[in-house]
Design a protein around this ligand. Structure first.
Ligand SMILES: [Zn+2]
Length: 190
C-alpha cells in the first residue's frame, strides 16, 4: 500500500480494515473497519500499525498584539463585550472562538477624535492588549475599529459617505469608530 499519497477523509470514511491497522488518532474501530471521526488527512503509521487522521486544527494561543475579529454582543458605559470568531495568523483569518472585552473608560476616551462609538451587532477588528480568562481588546489604532455595522433605527447596513457611516434608508449618519477598510475588510479567509 502506498502510504505516501495524501488522502483526505471526512467523518465516517473508512481508512483501513482492522486486520491491517489499529485505530489511532481521530479514528474508531467499527465492524472491523477503521473509521474517521473528523475531516483531515490520513496518516498511516506502518511501524505502530495505526491509522490516524490529522485534522490540521492547530491549537491557537492568543498573544498580546494579536488582531482578532468578532461582533459586539454587549455594550454599556463601563464595558463592551465581544464574541471573537477569528484571529489573524500570518496575514490570514483563522477560526478562533473566545470572549473579549474592551474597558471603555480606558480605551476610547483618550482618543478624542474617536469617542466611544460601537454598537451591539457591529463586526469589529480589535487588538489583544491583555491575555486572561477573556481577552482584553482595544480599538485604538488606525487599522482597528468597526468593519460592518447596521443602522440602529432600521437595521440597514451602513455605508461610508463623506467619511462617516450613513444609512441610505433613513438618510442619516451614525457615529462609529470605523476601520479604514470598513465595508470591504482586507483579510484573507482560511
Ligand atoms: Zn436606517
Amino acid at each position: 500500500m502506498d502510504s505516501k499519497e495524501t488522502k483526505h477523509v471526512i467523518p465516517g470514511d473508512v481508512l483501513a480494515y482492522a486486520e491491517e491497522y489499529l485505530p489511532g488518532k481521530n479514528t474508531i474501530e467499527e465492524d472491523s473497519r477503521i473509521i474517521s471521526l473528523c475531516s483531515g488527512e490520513v496518516v498511516k503509521n506502518d511501524k505502530e500499525l495505526t491509522a490516524n487522521v490529522d485534522s490540521k486544527i492547530k491549537v491557537i494561543i492568543p498573544r498580546n498584539g494579536d488582531i482578532v475579529y468578532g461582533n459586539i454582543v454587549k455594550n454599556d458605559s463601563r464595558q463592551t463585550t465581544i464574541q471573537i470568531a477569528g484571529i489573524e495568523r500570518e496575514g490570514q483569518l483563522v477560526y478562533f472562538q473566545a470572549e473579549g472585552y474592551i474597558r471603555s473608560v480606558h480605551d476610547y476616551k483618550k482618543d478624542e477624535r474617536n469617542p466611544q462609538t460601537v454598537r451591539i451587532g457591529d463586526i469589529i477588528r480589535g487588538k489583544v492588549i491583555r491575555v486572561g480568562q477573556n481577552l482584553e481588546l482595544t480599538l485604538s489604532g488606525s487599522n482597528l475599529g468597526v468593519l460592518k455595522s447596521r443602522c440602529s433605527r432600521c437595521r440597514e447596513i451602513l455605508v461610508i459617505k463623506n467619511g462617516t457611516l450613513f444609512c441610505e434608508n433613513c438618510n442619516r449618519s451614525e457615529l462609529r469608530k470605523a476601520a479604514p477598510d470598513y465595508g470591504e475588510p482586507e483579510i484573507e479567509k482560511r
